[in-house]
Ligand binder design. Structure first.
Ligand SMILES: O=C(O)c1cc(C(=O)O)c2c(n1)C(=O)C(=O)c1cc(C(=O)O)[nH]c1-2
Length: 256
């Protein structure tokens, strides 16, 4: 049979919107943090209360950094429409008027786990790695081209399924978790898709060369690393080998 080989897509050719979309989603399929051993333990009810406290306390650092990275993004945007859209993300986290916002909902979760608010918000118990990792995200968004900075938020395309899994798994498996403390994730089920849809449409419209498209895919990979590395640090400190750095949160009963 005489088969004519398909011409290879050139490495410099612009991806179609479908190819670009697929390249972004392939990163999540390969390395989003739903695949991390720590999340499997968390959602499967395999952690003790101290380990769940350590997760919530460290994850607070991420929650606190997200509106700061959004503020630093907005400060670089000259397009008023884009600023109007993006500022909603800050309101979602910090609250607006009577709406208390996501950070407050996160603190309801840490309250429910028996952690003192002052301790959580002081970052005193956070792992050194957590602080450095979350700041690398703020810096990335401050320094990269706008379209690449927007692309780094696209891990949110993959978040709703992990949030659904977390709500069901944690409610079912932990006596110290109830509906009220899972409010944070319930709210994100509607917020994350809205944000991700906007960001995806934005990068498709504004990544105008193959190099820009690849930089956007690289941003999703970078962000997956930000999420993954936070869980590596938690696993190392609180699961195995269980090496808690000096000064970091020590669950009651943890070996000194
Ligand atoms: O629990 C999760 O797995 C998860 C993941 C992500 C993400 O993929 O970045 C975010 C969130 N949650 C989240 O709650 C959130 O507010 C959020 C904002 C952003 C962002 O990059 O702007 N990601 C995420």
């Amino acid at each position: 049979m005489n088969q004519t080989p398909r011409p290879q897509a050139s490495a410099s050719e612009l991806w179609s919107p479908e190819e670009f979309d697929a390249a972004i989603r392939a990163v999540g399929a390969e390395r989003y943090h739903d695949k991390h051993a720590f999340h499997k333990l968390l959602h499967g009810g395999k952690l003790n209360k101290g380990q769940v406290q350590a997760w919530a306390l460290n994850r607070y650092c991420y929650q606190e950094a997200v509106p700061r990275k959004d503020a630093s993004f907005i400060s670089r945007v000259h397009d008023r429409e884009l600023r109007r859209e993006w500022i909603r993300r800050i309101h979602d986290h910090d609250g607006f008027g009577d709406e208390p916002g996501g950070i407050e909902r996160w603190l309801i979760l840490t309250d429910g786990l028996g952690l003192e608010r002052d301790y959580v918000t002081s970052f005193r118990g956070a792992l050194p790695a957590t602080r450095h990792i979350v700041e690398s995200y703020v810096r990335f968004v401050r320094e990269q081209p706008l379209v690449v900075a927007v692309a780094s938020s696209l891990t949110e395309l993959f978040a709703p399924s992990i949030h659904r899994e977390r709500i069901a798994g944690m409610l079912e498996n932990y006596s110290f978790i109830d509906d009220g403390v899972m409010a944070y994730f319930k709210r994100r089920l509607s917020q994350a898709p809205r944000d991700a849809d906007f960001a995806l449409a934005y990068v498709k419209a504004n990544a105008k060369t193959r190099a820009e498209q690849e930089a956007c895919v690289g941003a999703v990979r970078f962000k997956c690393d930000v999420l993954w590395a936070q869980l590596d640090a938690l696993h190392h400190a609180y699961v195995t080998p269980g090496l808690i750095p000096p000064g970091a949160f020590r669950p009651e009963g943890a070996n000194s």
